[in-house]
Each structure stands twice: as C-alpha cells, then as structure tokens.
Design a protein around this ligand. Structure first.
Ligand code: RFL
Ligand code: PHB
Length: 390
C-alpha cells in the first residue's frame, strides 16, 4: 500500500505535465499508466503548440529541445479550390504557434522523470478508483501479478477519452455533450520535406486535406475518409494521389512522396463532460473533453486544464485553500467551451459533410469569401488558432 498527496492516472502529456508541475511545488504524486513508454511514444498525434503549452515547458525548464527544434509559424492557410487564404497570425495577434510533435514533448517529459523525482508506474493494469466522494480516495491496480493500492488526498484523471476516471463519476453527477462526425482523418507520417513552409487546410470537392509537418525533413498529412474505410485499402500511393488532388496543383507540385512511417485513421468527435471535478477527483485533458483535430486544440486544452489544476492543487495542498479546487471546473470549462466552438466551426467550414446539399456548400463558399476579404474575420480565426488567454 502506498500513500501520496496526488494520484494521477495516465502518463500522456496531461498526466506528465501535471506530475512535473506538482513535483516542482514539492507536492508528492505518483502517475499510473497502463501502457509501456514505447507504446505511449508510438502514438502519432498533435503537432501544433500554443503559447500555454510552450510556457509550461519553459516554466518547468524542460524546453531546451523545444526551443532548438520547434518551428515557429507566423501563419497558416485555408484553401478552397483555386483560392488560398493566408491567416497571418503574427500580424493579426502578435503571437505565433510552434510546430513540435506531441511525441517529442512527451519524450522530453518522460526523460526528465528520473532527475525530477516524478514516479511513473508503467504497465499498471485494472486501474480502479474508489471513494472519490470522500476526503480519503484511493486507487487500486495490478502489476506483475500483484495487487497494489495507492491512498491519496486527490485523484486526477488524465487517462484520455476511454480511461476509467470519468466513468467513475456517477452519470447523475454530470452531463455529457457529444457530437460524432461522419468521417475520420487518415494520417500519414513520412520522412520527406513538407510541401509548404506553413500548414494548409483544404476544402476540396473530394474532401478535406491537411498538409502539416514535424520538421523540415518530416511531413504529416491528412485526408478525411468515410468511417467505413479500412486502412488496408489505402496503400501509400493512394494517399499521396489523393493529397495531390485535394491540396491543389500548386501544393501538389511540391509534394515529395515517401514510405509511410505511420498511417492510421482517427474518428472525429466533439465531447465535453461537465463538471470536470467530482468530490476528490479532477479530470484533465481528453478524459473530460475531445475536439475534432481541425483547430489543433486537443493537446493545448490538456495543457490549459493542467495549468488550472496545478495552481488549484498547489493552493489547496500547500495553503489549505479548498475554494481553489472547488473553482477548478468552471475555470477550465470556460476555456474548453470556446475551443470546442472554434474546432467545431472550423471542421464545419472545411469538410464536405455527406448530408450537405447545395445550400450548405453555398454557405461554406460565402464564409470563405467573407474571411478572404475581412480583416475582422481573419483576426477572429487567428486569435482562436493562436490560443485564447488562460
Ligand atoms: P492521452 O494522450 O490520450 O493520454 C492518456 C493516457 O492515459 C492512459 N490510460 C490509462 N492509464 C492507466 N489506466 C487506464 N485504464 C488507462 N486508460 C488510458 C493512456 O494509455 C494514455 O497514455 O490524453 P491527454 O494526456 O489528455 O492528452 C490529450 C492529447 O493527446 C490529445 O488531445 C491530442 O493528441 C489531440 N490532437 C491534437 N491536439 C493539438 O493540440 N494539436 C494538434 O495538432 C492535434 N492533432 C490530435 C491531433 C489527436 C489526433 N488523434 C489521433 C486523436 C491529431 C490526431 C490525428
Ligand atoms: C498535425 O500536424 O498532426 C496537425 C496539425 C494541425 C492540426 C491537426 C493535426 O489541426
């Protein structure tokens, strides 16, 4: 049986960031992760960091590689047929985003665990939460054929959409808001130079495409596909052909093809569970909410939740301020809902929905036309994309 102040479930970016922030305040914590470190690092996900995420790495002093290798982007592009609309985030907001893979960020956090004294138990099976409505909650798990128990003052669920934390909250104690989209994103990662130095989000009559990157020599691309598609039916050449059509002739002329290092289909979903606290359990990141990836918000929302959670837990555990914990959910949700709205609206604007008719398409064209000609519209997109203040 172990005792700690905070038991964190899940060692994705949310769990590791929170663990490091609490350790930096001298708070005892332990992180329980079901998978192995290699499995966690093998998941190719986010690539665009907002200021909140960059600043947390800075505050922890774990930003050396991010600073050296992250690519600063001052703008991105929306493509619609022949037209390319550049959103100049630097000029419109004074800010920027940083292209740096979630894998790299997670690796930096993992590598620092030893030196910072953050204990992470990998391979923790059957994690279960108990007595979360009391002041003496505990977590049980099994590892190497043995049962373990961790007693804590607070449990934080950072275990993603499918994890046990949110499910430990009685349905009557909260509300789920959910929307599924009728397509998924097929992503391909390859060691080839990007076709453009900035991201391009394209709405083509054959569907959505995104040209992104991880570095000057590694590209990440996506196309949307019906949920019924199987990855086996998408050999690399078919993905490259489809990208070339959807991104348009200018980008296509600069696409370098190469073998996929990773290729997978991810469903798109909007989801919020509110409130994000129940008794002695707090939720952070994907365990509480999912956004479709179109706005590049998922990882950054996990970071802003962790920022609020770390300051609430520090106030509570070091100064006895219980109101800080009570206020966590409202604070986090205010930012979550705005990111949900932005991600949903950019998804709506840039994808061809199967149920859409000529009217819905005309609305997309009119909106893109409006954005192309209006500084106010571009500023609104830019300030959301760069990240709303925390
Ligand atoms: P994670 O990363 O899912 O980590 C949760 C961790 O919990 C563990 N876990 C358990 N541990 C113990 N016991 C259990 N029973 C457990 N069940 C689960 C899991 O193994 C895992 O290690 O959630 P977290 O930390 O909240 O982080 C959220 C982000 O990963 C996610 O929001 C982003 O990846 C979303 N996302 C993007 N976000 C951005 O900000 N910018 C982007 O450009 C971006 N692109 C994307 C994305 C997500 C994508 N996919 C595949 C969903 C692109 C894609 C394709
Ligand atoms: C990515 O590079 O994986 C990426 C970039 C922007 C998005 C989503 C994903 O909106």
């Amino acid at each position: 049986m172990g005792m700690t102040q905070v038991c964190i479930i899940g060692a994705g970016p949310a769990g590791l960031l929170l663990g490091h922030l609490l350790r930096a305040e001298g708070i005892d914590c332990i992180v329980l992760e079901r998978q192995t470190p290699d499995y966690v690092l093998g998941r190719i996900r986010a690539g665009v960091l907002e200021r909140v995420t960059v600043e947390l790495m800075e505050r922890l002093g774990l930003n050396a590689r991010l600073k050296a290798e992250g690519l600063v982007h001052d703008g991105f592009n929306l493509a619609d047929g022949e037209r390319l609309i550049r959103i100049d985030i630097a000029k419109l907001t004074g800010g920027h985003v940083v292209v740096y893979g979630q894998t790299e960020l997670t690796k930096d956090l993992m590598d620092a665990c030893g030196e910072r004294g953050l204990e992470v138990v990998y391979g923790a099976a059957d994690v279960a939460l108990h007595e979360i409505e009391s002041d003496t909650p505990y977590v049980t798990y099994s590892k190497d054929g043995r049962e373990h128990r961790v007693d804590a003052r607070i449990i934080v669920g950072c275990d993603g959409y499918h994890g046990p934390s949110r499910q430990a909250i009685p349905a009557s104690a909260g509300q789920s808001y959910e929307r599924e989209y009728p397509f998924g994103w097929l992503g391909i990662l390859a060691d080839v130079p990007p076709c453009n130095h900035e991201l391009i989000y394209a709405n083509h009559e054959r569907g959505f495409a995104l040209a992104s990157m991880r570095s000057e020599t590694r590209s990440r691309y996506y196309v949307d596909v019906p949920l019924t598609e199987k990855i086996e039916d998408w050999p690399d050449e078919r993905v490259w052909d489809e990208l070339a059509i959807r991104l348009g002739p200018d980008a296509a002329a600069h696409i370098t093809r190469g073998p996929a290092l990773e290729k997978s289909i991810a469903p798109l979903r909007s989801f919020v569970f509110a409130p994000m606290r129940h008794g002695s359990l707090l939720l952070c990141g994907d365990s509480a909410h999912i956004v479709p990836p179109t706005g590049a918000k998922g990882l950054n929302l996990a970071a802003s939740d962790v920022h609020y959670a770390a300051s609430a837990l520090t106030a509570f555990l070091k100064r006895g301020d219980a109101d800080a914990v009570a206020g966590y959910s409202d604070k986090a949700l205010a930012r979550v809902w705005k990111a949900e709205r932005f991600s949903w609206s950019l998804t709506r604007l840039m994808h061809r929905f199967p149920e859409d008719g000529p009217f819905e398409r005309a609305m997309q064209v009119a909106e893109l036309d409006y954005i192309a000609g209006s500084v106010a519209a571009q500023t609104s997109i830019a300030e959301n994309y760069v990240g709303l203040p925390v």
